[in-house]
Write a protein that binds this ligand. Structure first.
Ligand code: MG
Ligand code: ZN
Length: 538
């Protein structure tokens, strides 16, 4: 399916209406039409309306909200920009993955599941980043996952599958981009590093010693050395990032960067080595804004999705806060500029999250001194969720993923349901019984086993009572089961361990005639096409 004729007609038509308006009105006739210099695309991976709702609910309603009456950056962007909805589906299916969705945003072509930078037939198609670069703009990618992960990869690589990160890293380097900041050094080291202690020491020294040195490449290409030969400043911690100039390749972690909970705990620590997503975004803007002919920057909050897969409300909240800090940097940088458009969207929703009323802890009656309640107590039938729960969700000390990791590292004799219950209480602050913890540890045969499959090969899976086919990530499902045990305490529900097809919001701020074009209901391929049209025509 291709709709470009219609789309171009739509954009041109809107542009013409604008032009005829300014020629018809002498008051505006002298004004020079605004030029689009910079385009900044902010992608919350897995950030559906529900995830934005969680951040806003916390920010506005938590008794001890860290926002203290301040607007979130996302709210500021919504208030100053225009918003529409977008369907994210791939070419021939209903639900999308991050690779396909980002490809559609990046290329304006509808694509196939798990493809990187290809149209639905598998042809390599130009990305908005490649377009911007060919126009002489500077280009950059920032993500808190790893730079070769699906979302950033779709802007700068062309591969039949998102898992081909060895090839993706090599292609990304060939693009000769100006700014690349993320985690995932493992795909930039030659595979021989795994058996060569001297080489390990060399890279440990080069990177400052705080990053695990191990290659996940399938070949011996040394992309770090190649990057240096191409004139990149290669940086591995926040201090060297701060002073870096010109072309910068920053790889700050072995795989994904710090998660949201850790970001909240450590962002003010003076010894922190990793830059935050906000710091990377800030630096990217500094470097790219040196360009006379403008820039294209994509910033991803990539772990919102991971928290959603984990059905972990606290992790999700902290990921939203982490992403919001980066959005704040972009909002502050761009709000008074007339040459920049900022687009905030998501690739899909993850988890089907919600706060939900229930029959656990139904409220006691309360007297109200008003005429209406003269003869009865104020006593709703159900538990509509105390706001104090928002502070408790914020205070969780580690993600479910990391709690399970801690549990798995205990001596085997201490891996009982009682041990897990204690650990969960300590980390989450909610009362958990041994029987509930036992449900997290229960297993069953994998009813949908696919031998040799990356995720579905295991004969035994954690036991999910219902909707089990929507929980696909093997042992990680134990995290989702923690989410179920905590649900009644947190007043939270989850629909799935994967993605939903809920339409996502698209908000654009900046040059008004362009920002206005995101209104209505669109699709991600159309949205990508629209942004590429802007770069060519405004
Ligand atoms: Mg992503
Ligand atoms: Zn996902």
């Amino acid at each position: 399916m291709h709709v470009s004729g219609m789309i171009l007609y739509k954009f041109v038509l809107r542009g013409c209406i604008f032009l005829s308006l300014i020629t018809a009105l002498p008051l505006f006739a002298a004004e020079k039409p605004t030029q689009l210099k910079n385009l900044i695309l902010l992608i919350g991976d897995g950030m559906g309306p529900q995830q934005i709702g969680l951040l806003q609910t916390y920010a506005k309603l938590a008794p001890n909200s860290i926002y203290k009456g301040r607007l979130t950056a996302i709210e500021s962007l919504f208030n100053h920009g225009q918003t529409g909805l977008s369907l994210t589906h791939p070419e021939d299916k209903i639900v999308v993955d991050s690779a396909c969705s980002a490809t559609q945003l990046a290329t304006g072509h509808i694509s196939g599941s798990e493809m990187i930078g290809l149209d639905a037939q598998g042809r390599a198609v130009r990305t908005i980043l490649e377009q911007a670069k060919s126009q002489g703009r500077k280009v950059g990618l920032v993500s808190d996952t790893r730079i070769t992960h699906a979302t950033p990869a779709a802007f700068a690589a062309h591969q039949p599958h998102r898992s081909l990160e060895t090839e993706i890293a090599a292609q990304m380097l060939q693009q000769n981009m100006d700014v690349l900041l993320s985690g995932g050094i493992s795909y930039w080291l030659p595979v021989s590093v795994n058996d060569d202690e001297k080489l390990q020491q060399h890279y440990a020294q080069l990177t400052g010693g705080h990053i695990k040195i191990k290659s996940k490449r399938t070949d011996d290409q040394d992309l770090l050395a190649e990057a240096m030969a191409m004139g990149y400043s290669t940086v591995f911690d926040k201090h060297s990032l701060a002073t870096a100039k010109d072309k910068v390749l920053g790889l700050f972690a072995y795989a994904g960067m710090s998660d949201g909970i850790r970001n909240s705990q450590e962002k003010h620590h003076p010894q922190r080595q990793e830059p935050t997503l906000a710091e990377m975004t800030h630096k990217a803007l500094d470097l790219l804004a040196e360009s006379e002919s403008g820039f294209f920057l994509m910033v991803e909050g990539g772990q919102i999705d991971w928290a959603g897969h984990g059905n972990d409300a606290s992790a999700l909240l902290h990921e939203m806060i982490k992403f919001d800090e980066a959005v704040q940097v972009v909002y502050d940088w761009s709000r008074d500029r007339e040459d920049t458009v900022v687009v905030l969207t998501a690739d899909h929703e993850t988890g089907g999250f919600g706060f939900s009323y229930n029959r656990f802890n139904v409220p006691q009656g309360k007297a109200l001194a008003t005429e209406a309640f003269k003869n009865r107590l104020f006593q709703p039938n159900f538990n509509f969720c105390d706001r104090t729960v928002l502070d408790k969700i914020y205070q969780q000390k580690a993600s479910f993923y990391n709690i399970i990791k801690t549990f798995d590292a205990l001596p085997e004799a201490q891996q009982t349901p009682l041990d897990l219950a204690r650990l969960l209480e300590e980390k989450t602050g909610f009362p958990i019984t041994s029987a509930e913890a036992a449900k997290v540890l229960a297993t069953e045969p994998n009813h949908h086993r696919v031998p040799g499959h990356k995720y579905l090969d295991a004969a035994v899976f954690p036991k999910v009572d219902d909707f089990e086919s929507f929980y696909v990530y093997g042992k990680d499902i134990r995290g989702d089961l923690i989410g179920r045990v905590l649900a009644k305490h947190q007043c939270t529900v989850w629909a799935t361990g994967t993605h939903t097809a809920t339409p996502v919001t698209v908000t654009a701020m900046g040059i008004q005639t362009l920002a206005d074009q995101v209104k209505g209901i669109t699709s991600h391929a159309e949205l990508g096409e629209m942004m590429m049209f802007w770069l060519d025509n405004y």
